[in-house]
Structures are given as structure tokens and as C-alpha cells.
Ligand binder design. Structure first.
Ligand code: NDP
Length: 287
């Protein structure tokens, strides 16, 4: 059996087309959706993510602002800029690219963003709202995964879901969203005993770890839906430098019923849902 591919690029371009139409309608009313992105430091992956986010905004007809700071910048400078952006009515979404340099208190930075502009959904107030089942902004990666499951018509009610990874950015919000859809959710992490025991039970398996190809075909239930959030760079061998997921795609696709590839899976959907959140924030101000 070869799994059906859940194509994140195709779904992204469909959703981004819809978002561009909504953005145009809002612009016609005099409100141009605007995302402000703050990048601190010179991490090459972060620089690529920020570039892609800004480019996606512009392609969808939205405005973007980009502030780039040296790795040793005084955090007070960044806090001051966040305060300015919070107060600027023409800015609807603010995101600070993570990770931040070690001399920053990342939590304090995220809390400094006005909750109604926190399009990443990482502010404690927004995390709480998600937990209560009444989200203001859904964190972009789990939001993208939900869209992919919906478009692939994967049944959720009563499904056994196993999420590998418990970060605030992916694993935990993913669990909340699937729980809200009446899945039975298990969250695994680095201290989980016998990971394969859990993953083999999953109707839907979400891998969000950051370890290349750690989920192999023998860890997957036949016919399961496999969502690979991981983005890893292959260290050596003939494919050195290329991207791969947390799932060993070659063996997994022979067992799974449906699977997301890396690249071209969850990654593009994450940026798409960032645009969706920014647009949503702008639409709220226009009501
Ligand atoms: P974190 O490093 O914050 O979390 C990784 C999680 O994996 C932790 O909960 C950790 O457990 C768990 N883990 C580590 N090793 C193991 C193991 N051997 N067995 C089981 N669990 C393990 O990562 P993120 O959640 O931020 O990101 C995860 C991956 O997703 C990365 O590859 C990242 O690049 C990618 N990513 C992709 C996005 C996209 O758009 N596609 C967006 C965001 C992230 P513990 O808590 O015990 O340490």
C-alpha cells in the first residue's frame, strides 16, 4: 500500500487565494492588513522563515513591516518597538521570531505583545482562551494541521491521536485542538517509555520532535494518517543539506493511509495560517 499524500503546497495555494480575496475586500473598505515581524540575531533558519513570511504577506496583498536587530541588542530596544507596534492602529499582527538570543526573557517578550495582535497565539491570554475552547488566535502550525486533516476528510470524532512532542508551539496546542474535536489524545515526549507502543495505536500520528526520520514505518498503524511537523536538515550522505521530517517517509508511506511530506507539507500551511490570523485580526478592527 502506498499512502495518499496530503499536499500542503496545493492546499496552501488554495487557502492563500481565498485569503487574498478577503484582503482585497478589506482594502476596498480602507483597511490594509499589516503584519509586523521582529527578528533578533542572525540564525539562518530564522532569517529564511521571516523572509518567507514577509513575502507571503505581500503576495496576498497584505502589508508587512520587518525589524531586524543585532544578536546583542539591548532587550529594552525590542520592548520599546513592540510597544510602538501595539499602539499603531495600522498594524494588526505582531510576531517575534523564535528562538531569541539567550539574554532575552522570551516569555516576557511574548507577553509584551498586545493579545489582540498576537497572531502566533503564544500570549498567555490566548493560550488560556484556546485551552477554554474559545480561541482568539490558533497557533499557526497546529492550525495548519487542522486544515490539512479537514481537507483530507480525516475522521476526528473518537479517533486515537498520538502526538510526539509537547512544546508550547506545536504539541500542546495541537492536543487542545484535537481534543476539542473529540479525539482521544496521547502526548508523548522524551521521557515516554516505549514510544512505538503508543505510536502503533494511533489513527492519527503527529510527529513534532525535531529528530530526522525517527518515526519509522514499523511504528505506524496500517492505514493511519501521519502528520510530519518536523523540519530537519540531513547532516551527511548523498542528501546532505536537504530537508527531511521526523518521519522516515520512505518506510512510512508503505504503511500509512495518508501522509504529509517534508518539504511541502505542514511548513507552507504554517505560513498560510499566519496570514489567516493577520487577516482575521485586521477584519476584527474593521467591524
Ligand atoms: P521542541 O524542541 O520545542 O520540542 C520537541 C519535543 O520533542 C519535546 O517535547 C521533546 O520532549 C520531544 N522529544 C525529543 N526527543 C524525543 C524522543 N526521542 N522521543 C519522544 N519525544 C522526544 O520543538 P518544536 O515543537 O518547536 O518543533 C518540533 C519540530 O517541528 C522541529 O523539527 C521544528 O523545526 C519543527 N517545526 C515545524 C514547523 C512547521 O511549520 N512545519 C513549525 C514549528 C516547528 P521533552 O519535552 O521531554 O524535551
Amino acid at each position: 500500500m502506498t499512502a495518499r499524500i496530503i499536499d500542503g503546497n496545493a492546499l496552501s495555494s488554495e487557502v492563500r487565494g481565498q485569503l487574498a480575496e478577503r484582503a482585497a475586500a478589506l482594502i476596498a473598505k480602507g483597511v490594509t492588513p499589516c503584519l509586523a515581524v521582529i527578528l533578533v540575531g542572525e540564525d539562518p533558519a530564522s532569517a529564511v522563515y521571516v523572509r518567507n513570511k514577509v513575502a507571503a504577506c505581500e503576495k496576498a496583498g497584505m502589508r508587512s513591516l520587518k525589524d531586524v536587530y543585532a544578536p546583542d541588542v539591548d532587550p529594552a530596544v525590542v520592548f520599546k518597538r513592540i510597544a510602538e507596534l501595539n499602539a499603531d492602529p495600522t498594524v494588526h499582527g505582531i510576531l517575534v521570531q523564535l528562538p531569541l538570543p539567550k539574554h532575552f526573557d522570551a516569555e516576557a517578550v511574548l507577553e509584551a505583545i498586545a493579545p489582540e495582535k498576537d497572531v502566533d497565539g503564544f500570549h498567555a491570554e490566548n493560550v488560556g482562551a484556546l485551552m477554554q475552547g474559545n480561541p482568539r488566535f490558533i497557533p499557526c502550525t497546529p492550525y495548519g494541521v487542522m486544515k490539512m486533516l479537514e481537507s483530507a476528510k480525516v475522521p476526528l470524532k473518537g479517533a486515537e491521536v498520538v502526538i510526539v512532542g509537547r512544546s508550547n508551539i506545536v504539541g500542546k496546542p495541537m492536543a487542545m485542538l484535537l481534543l476539542a474535536q473529540s479525539c482521544t489524545v496521547t502526548i508523548c515526549h522524551s521521557q515516554s517509555k516505549d514510544l512505538a507502543f503508543h505510536t502503533r495505536r494511533a489513527d492519527i500520528l503527529v510527529a513534532a520532535v525535531g529528530r530526522a526520520k525517527m518515526i519509522t514505518g514499523d511504528m505506524i498503524k496500517p492505514g493511519a494518517t501521519v502528520i510530519d511537523v518536523g523540519i530537519n536538515r540531513i547532516a551527511d550522505g548523498p542528501n546532505a543539506g536537504k530537508l527531511c521530517g521526523d518521519v522516515d517517509f520512505e518506510t512510512a508511506k508503505e504503511v500509512a493511509g495518508a501522509i504529509t511530506p517534508v518539504p511541502g507539507g505542514v511548513g507552507p500551511m504554517t505560513i498560510t495560517m499566519l496570514l489567516a490570523n493577520t487577516l482575521e485580526a485586521a477584519e476584527r478592527t474593521a467591524k
